[in-house]
Design a protein around this ligand. Sequence first.
Ligand code: ADP
Length: 215
Amino acid sequence: MRIVLVGPPGAGKGTQAAFLAKNLSIPHISTGDLFRANISQGTELGKQAKAFMDAGDLVPDEVTIGMAKDRMEQPDAVNGFLLDGFPRNVSQAEALDVMLQAEGMKLDAVLDLEVEEDEVVKRIAGRRICRNDSSHVFHVTYAPAKTAGVCDTCGGELYQRGDDSEATVRNRLEVYHTQTEPIIDYYKAQGLLVTIPALGEVADVTKRAMDALKK
Ligand code: ADP
């Protein structure tokens, strides 16, 4: 299956993507994670992305589309993938369509995780992520680690992403409304959009998404 996850920052895309990818046996491809890995390894691509990410702005398409394409062409992605954070504007969505068409492939579904803005701000402000594996996500109130600052899964150090500060979150939401939301209509027009209410328990949201994909 080839699936795209959309939704505002803090909707739980990363958390849901990890579960869904495991259930469906397809790789979870997160452009945000790819950028963060490049930044921590000090690559040229990481250097290009950093200032945009710190400000909560989109990294330019020239950088992002090439990186996403390289990742989708890896051998583990031949039978499908779950995209998280890509595409993030209409020109990226168009580039993805062109890429898939060239291979005679198409998307199976686009899942839109729907959450109100107040909730998103609360989720992001308390979010803590493991340095070893960004799919190990905690929240100081909603999903606290057993020992503060230590990952329950692997013992790694938990940290707050630099772009999860309140000022940057406001800009990320603004960028989401102006640049990313238009892809919802783009995919609706293609008959691919499925809206998933993303409030409530993590496992319930995963179940809603899995049920929607079975249809
Ligand atoms: P979230 O969904 O919580 O905002 P991500 O980890 O997906 O977090 O993205 C973090 C940042 O990485 C974005 O604010 C942006 O700067 C950059 N980024 C990720 N994916 C893309 C993309 N497809 N196009 C441009 N920038 C991106």
